[in-house]
Design a protein around this ligand. Structure first.
Ligand code: G6P
Length: 367
């Protein structure tokens, strides 16, 4: 186990840079080119049982919950099974109805988060079926679940999760393809997504080339006392995770909003003092997102835009970061990477204790 920072100033940035390799490890042996599906050997459920699943419910805490939200959207889109995510910490206390036709998925880097474990036990006690998406092999949650998908991100030291989180998203993509291919996802679409996953490591490397531009953006964003992160549909879990990461390591206040909801309230706050980081993928919602950017610009709200190569945001944004295009369903995975670097660079500017932010623990193993 390598607990050495190597050439990096902090574990957080080291782990950010380990992501291409971490994703490769997560994909190894799982891309089934013959049947255009994902091979998931740890699932302990046969095709008939997988086919009988009518809903997917994902449970996790903190960033794992946001990854779960990204995963739920991906699974619903790819496999056409209704899916949602909920914080395990809420689920376990609300006496949830456990449905025998739902596949419950517990997602956790450490595999030791007490709230997530308690949710798993509640599901099992009521006769539900729960699998794990876990990084640490042999951890308590991994052992309590009926099989699952190991993330193989390698040991993560920084409190702010980066590579484990990316691998959670990759794990959900594999699960979505697997569930889809025993339903109506075509071989061609299955293969399209496998190719998209295989392209991720090199594309993540490409995102790292934007680090100087992200550091520039961090320079002006670090002077704000509060920021908005906005995205819609596929971009919304990205915005939530971006805001969370910034809060955790920089201690700046950040709030994530659906871009579509801006006009229903938060637009009142837009002013030169409140910067917005907008997630604007080149997808079917691009025009609507650009309209929202104009609304922010018209109120002199400073803007940083995370988008795809070739999208023209004109003069609206002070900083524009472009990431490579993947498949639309997988784009959120790449759009998250600049936000990790942004949280890191802002925190460097502010001189924060990046690997051990105040008041936080890497895993919360008590009630
Ligand atoms: C803690 C950490 C978070 C993490 C969450 C879930 O609250 O501070 O960064 O996302 O636990 O951890 P897990 O190990 O279950 O993914």
């Amino acid at each position: 186990v390598d607990f050495d920072q190597g050439d990096h100033d902090h574990f957080m940035v080291k782990e950010i840079h380990e992501q291409p390799e971490a994703v490769r490890r997560c994909l190894r042996g799982r891309l089934d080119e013959r049947f255009h599906t994902a091979h998931l050997g740890g699932l302990e459920l046969d095709a008939r049982e997988m086919r009988a699943i009518r809903r997917v419910k994902i449970l996790g805490c903190g960033s794992a919950y946001y990854a779960g939200q990204l995963g739920a959207q991906l699974i619903e889109e790819v496999a056409r099974i209704p899916a949602d995510a909920e914080p395990a910490s809420e689920f376990r206390y609300r006496n949830p109805v456990i449905d025998p036709e739902t596949l419950y998925v517990a997602v956790s880097q450490s595999g030791e988060t007490y709230d997530t474990l308690a949710a798993v036990q509640e599901i099992k006690r009521k006769g539900g079926r729960v699998i794990g998406l876990v990084n640490v092999v042999g951890s308590t949650i991994a052992r309590e679940c009926c099989g699952g998908i190991y993330l193989h991100a390698g040991p993560e030291v920084a409190v702010a999760s980066t590579k484990a989180l990316t691998n959670m998203s990759v794990g959900f993509a594999l699960l979505g393809i697997h569930l889809g291919r025993i339903r109506d996802l075509s071989p061609a679409n299955g293969q399209r997504l496998l190719d998209g996953l295989a392209a991720l490591p090199a594309q993540i490397e490409e995102v790292f080339e934007s680090r100087p531009k992200i550091a520039d953006a961090a320079g002006w964003l670090a002077t704000a006392s509060s920021l908005f992160f906005v995205g819609r549909v596929r971009g919304f879990p990205v915005a939530r995770e971006g805001a969370q990461k910034l809060k955790e390591v920089s201690y700046l206040h950040a709030e994530a909003y659906q871009t579509s909801e801006l006009k229903h309230g938060p637009l009142a706050l837009i002013s030169p003092e409140l910067p917005t980081v907008a997630i604007v993928p080149d997808d079917e919602l691009l025009d609507r997102n650009l309209t929202a950017l104009h609304e922010i610009g018209a109120r002199s709200g400073p803007l940083m835009v995370i988008t795809h190569q070739g999208v023209d945001v004109g003069e609206l944004a002070t900083s524009v970061i472009e990431v490579p295009r993947n498949e639309p369903e997988l784009d959120p995975i790449l759009l998250t990477i600049p936000l990790q670097l942004l949280a890191y660079e802002v925190s460097v500017q502010l001189g924060r204790d990046i690997d051990k932010p105040r008041n936080l623990a890497k895993s919360v193993t008590v009630e």
